[in-house]
Every structure is written in C-alpha cells, then in structure tokens.
Design a protein. Sequence first.
Length: 80
Amino acid sequence: MQKSARSAAEQRFSQREKQEKQFIKDKEKAAQIVSDKIAAQRAARLAHEAELAEQEAKEAAEKVGKSKKKPAANAKSATS
C-alpha cells in the first residue's frame, strides 16, 4: 500500500524532530566542554597567581628581615 501524504509528512516531521534534538544535545555537549576548559584554565590561573603572591610575600618578608637587621647593625656601630 502507498503511504498517505499525511503519514509521509508525519514521518518526515518525526525524523526532523529527532535531528533537532540530536543537534541540541550535541550543541549543549560542546558548550559544556568549553565551559569545563574555561573553568580548568581559570583554576590554573588562580593557582598560579596565588603561588606568585605567596612568593612575593616571602620575598617581601625576607627583604623586611634583612632591612631590620641592617639598622640594628648600624645602631650597634653608632653606639660603639
């Protein structure tokens, strides 16, 4: 038997809906991959910035420690 025009149209419509759902699913998956990548890069950048800040703080503390020692040495030589 021949398919009626309505039946053929319904079949094409159903197939098109499936394609659209698959397209949306693929699009969301790609967006999620991009979001995950951005989150990983942000985490790496923040970790690196924290490491640099810690390193700068350590260097500043060492600088302050050295500068405190120098005046103390100068104070002793001035009083001697």
